[in-house]
Write a protein that binds this ligand. Structure first.
Ligand code: SF4
Length: 189
């Protein structure tokens, strides 16, 4: 599997924000979103045993499979090895690959982009909000947690406006809760 990087930090956003986690960032994505702020294109080939060994060098047992799009490469055997090592496995996916729900991860965080979602199961729906119509969410599998995250436009004034809109939306649609990119706000990765 082609891995961009493996690093240890805190989960910065969504339901598990603040949780110490080892991030396994897979290289490559099937989408090309204009606002993508992740450098996921570089990568090196890793074997599954080497990935697990690198994860286990760190003390936390919460593992985040991310990318890029992890569902393009993550396998049931990798997830099984992580489970046997005592890890809880979260996947952050754009939801376009049905395979994400089939590799046995413990928690699927789906962050839909401008493409059809093909997942049969979603644990956490995390939507980057820019004031768009969220009607499509009611046609997706029911999630346990709904997180609405203000889009980072890189413009401080516009970001403040979007954050206000996000908070107002959540107050009138209380199935949602606010997700902030705390790693950006607090300056950790
Ligand atoms: S789905 Fe995510 S990783 Fe892929 S291009 Fe879009 S923002 Fe970037």
């Amino acid at each position: 599997m082609k891995i961009n990087e493996i690093f240890y930090s805190l989960q910065g956003e969504g339901h598990f924000a603040g949780t110490p986690a080892v991030f396994v960032r897979f290289s490559g994505c099937n989408l090309a979103c204009g606002f993508c702020d992740t450098d996921h294109r570089r990568g090196e080939e890793w074997g599954e045993e080497a990935v697990v060994a690198e994860v286990l060098r760190h003390p936390a047992r919460h593992v985040v499979l991310t990318g890029g799009e992890p569902a393009l490469q993550a396998t049931a055997s990798l997830v099984d090895k992580l489970h046997r090592a005592g890890c809880y496995v979260q996947m952050e996916t754009n939801g376009t690959c049905a395979a994400a729900a089939e590799v046995g991860v413990d928690w699927i965080t789906c962050s839909p982009k401008d493409a059809p979602v093909r997942l049969a199961r979603i644990d956490e729906l995390k939507v980057v909000f820019l004031g768009q119509d969220l009607g499509f969410c009611s046609r997706l599998p029911r999630a346990k947690v709904y997180c609405l995250q203000p889009c980072d436009t890189k413009d401080a004034a516009r970001n403040a406006e979007i954050t206000r809109e996000t908070i107002e939306y959540i107050k009138s649609h209380p199935q949602w809760k606010l997700s902030l990119q705390t790693h950006k706000l607090l300056g950790f990765r």
